[in-house]
Design a protein around this ligand. Structure first.
Ligand SMILES: [Zn+2]
Length: 217
């Protein structure tokens, strides 16, 4: 169990390092058997100590320890209950992504890793009130089919079979938003055609994705 909290610590720091959240923004969790460890409420993700991750029993909802879990706990648990394959949930407030989507511009594939890591499309949901059932429903509905969801006027949620994978998706989403802004500033981006998307999907997509993930430290 301790291992997963060490990993949470590592990726919590990386989220801040890569500018995917600022101050006490964003929240992350990881699942280990019947338990989920969540970031505590009111902490910056890079200042959470090993014993401060809040343990919750996913079946009974019982919470351990004195600290309060993130206010988005319902959204996190909703993702795990909907997708048993998911072992990590990362919610960020990434600045380029947040700016773009709040202007109504979504992210679309225009390079291979987008398709391999993020999928052929990333759904975008309208603004809903954070920290409650509304956001849980909006996110869970999309997570059934996708691994990344964009939340207009709020941020992004990514999931994965490991923290590494969920983080790769969170990071690549923001890097994509940067590339897209640059492309839009200097000209018109040529987005992938359906055929090009299929080409990546057929490129032993799973192997390609795994190789990419493996190469990430
Ligand atoms: Zn948020």
């Amino acid at each position: 169990m301790e291992d997963i909290r060490k990993e949470l610590e590592k990726y919590g720091k990386l989220i801040i390092e890569k500018n995917l959240a600022a101050g006490p923004g964003g929240n992350i969790s990881a699942r280990s058997g019947d338990f989920v460890y969540l970031s505590p409420s009111g902490f910056a993700l890079d200042e959470i100590k090993l014993n401060q991750w809040v343990k919750v029993n996913i079946k009974t909802g019982k919470q351990y320890g004195k600290l309060k879990p993130t206010c988005e706990i319902s959204m996190h648990l909703g993702c795990y209950l909907t997708r048993p394959d998911i072992k990590a949930v990362i919610h960020t407030h990434p600045p380029f992504t947040l700016g773009l989507i709040s202007a109504g511009i979504g992210l679309k594939p225009f390079y291979p890793d987008f398709v391999a890591i993020l999928g052929r499309e990333i759904p975008m949901v309208e603004y809903v009130i954070p920290a409650g059932e509304e956001i849980r429903e909006a996110v869970v509905e999309k997570i059934k089919k996708y691994n990344v969801v964009l939340l207009k006027n709020h941020g992004a949620v990514s999931v994965g079979e490991t923290l590494k994978e969920a983080f790769a998706r969170a990071w690549l989403t923001e890097e994509t938003a940067k590339m897209q802004v640059i492309g839009m500033m200097v000209g018109k981006i040529r987005y992938f055609t359906e055929k090009e998307i299929q080409g990546i999907e057929n490129l032993q997509a799973e192997d390609y994705r795994k190789a990419l993930l493996k190469s990430m430290k």
